[in-house]
Design a binder for this molecule. Sequence first.
Ligand SMILES: C[S@@+](CC[C@H](N)C(=O)[O-])C[C@H]1O[C@@H](n2cnc3c(N)ncnc32)[C@H](O)[C@@H]1O
Length: 239
Amino acid sequence: MAKLYVVGIGPGGRENMTLKALKAIEESEVLVGYSFYIELLGDLVKAKEVIKTGMRGELERCKAAIESARAGKTTAIVSTGDSGLYGMAGPIHEMAEGVEIEVVPGISSAFSAAAELGAPIMHDFCTISLSDLLTPWETIESRLEMASKADFVIALYNPKSKTRTTQIERAFEIIREHKADSTPVGIVKNSGRFGKAVSTSTLGDTDFEDIDMMTVVIVGNKETYFKDGNIVTPRGYSI
Ligand SMILES: C[S@@+](CC[C@H](N)C(=O)[O-])C[C@H]1O[C@@H](n2cnc3c(N)ncnc32)[C@H](O)[C@@H]1O
């Protein structure tokens, strides 16, 4: 039985890809992915059979990857960041029958962005996707409220797209009900890859203009502070 790898390629640059991800891709005869993610792989794609689709083609890609592995070809389906977070690992496991699956973890964009911002996570945190394509908006609002109330550091994924433009502002309104306006915020676009743009602000003073679908936003907890242009969340050591 041929193997189906579900590979998290990290935020995009080769240096942030794990050796295991690299090996799985090299070993695969067939690569399946969203066109932009396939582009990020550069020359790793050479001499491979490639199946790529556009946005919203997730299930189509999963189906093609499963069929390819069932046909006896070692196949890798790729996600950015980690494939087990808003990626392909879930639907592949839900859909596949009679294939050997191996999920290869990757550096999620929250961690890549955190490294570029300093150390904003450090303690208990959560990720919340603002995309209401697959999750009802009421559920997202409720998670934003609970996470803010519990003072988690929050990493906001899918903050905006061409059609979803207002969610990020509403998310900030909810978070501001429970966190101080002075709470540090890190905004990272194209983390770990070409076009990287890192900026910081505070919860009460964030400009949403530059936030787009290639951006992850990290909101601190009540201990988070700025130091030399970086964002730091203390772990609790007496320093
Ligand atoms: C469908 S989710 C995929 C998340 C991915 N599996 C991960 O672990 O990072 C897409 C969202 O992830 C975030 N994202 C993915 N790659 C990014 C990068 N290189 N820089 C900033 N944000 C990124 C953005 O918020 C984007 O809208």
